[in-house]
Design a protein around this ligand. Sequence first.
Ligand SMILES: [Zn+2]
Length: 369
Amino acid sequence: MHSFGYEIKSRQGRARAGIFHTPHGDLETPLFAPVGTQATIKSVTPSQLEELNAGLVLANTYHLYLRPGDETIAQLGGLHTFMHWDRPILTDSGGFQVFSLANTRKIDAEGVTFKSHIDGSTHRITPEKSILIQENLGADIIMAFDECGDPYDLEKNQVALRHTHAWAERCVKAKTRSDQALFGIIQGGVYPELRIQSVDYLASLDLPGYAIGGLSVGETKQETLAILELVDTYLPENKPRYLMGVGSPEDLITGVQRGVDIFDCVLPTRLARHHTAISRTGRINVANARYTSEKSPLDDTCSCYTCRNFSSAYLRHLVLAKEILAATLLTIHNLNTLLTLMRDIRFAIISGRFNEFAADFLEHYEKCA
Ligand SMILES: [Zn+2]
């Protein structure tokens, strides 16, 4: 039996610095998890990720179920062995991709039937099936199968919430492995009464952690922040909170200010493949002609491998020549920016100066963005 205890070491306002224990090591929170959709963080190796001191990485159940198949990965020793990553991994439930990527989908009270976006074949995922797939993959943190409704459709959100709650309970019953922590996902769109209902119901299941779902799907920033504050007020304090799909520097700061402990997002890796670097002062378009003869690194406050060794002019050259190394070097830089930002946030909370840190960061970031 593994313990997934969460210890809060320090707090300032709603912000928390803690440690989440997993079978593949302790995670220091708040943290940012890079996304490895296909069991790889695009363009970087696991040893490069270790050098960046990444803790948790995310992999997508929907994609790995369709290809190469969760049973194949289980036969090959599970996801940690398959992708050569022996630190913690989180898999999502597959729900979000079924709703956003699959060609056609039919939702009923029992689950979802959909056609693969790869070859059009028909599949069905139920809560029990999602848990079976995630047990085959073998991540440390797994997610309950949920339904994300349109944020502004009250009636659809009420139905989605009924499904999400019934399915979470079925996931708990279906789960057989004790070395995986099952997180519940709070839904309810922009409707405070539904969000409170969702927190109350999922908290009654006493799960080891909670995700806040259905945000960053079209609602305004003000609505997102209001929901986070509301959810923070009602969630059990001694469990980690995970805000799914959020990862711009300003959103990390404002999320931590509202009690979030874990974030994931494709943003740093996706921007890197589109020639954009993230710095503490804003975004940098590396293809810009101003870098043609620029000897200095992209970000002279950054200590990553890319900034220690390469000029902006060299990076611009790689981008214009469409060299693969451009994506690798920019991904290393972007991940380093977010991972060191989270470590600095954590240190600021522990040393009691997070409010000043956040105000200073947001003022400087907005000025230059
Ligand atoms: Zn750098």
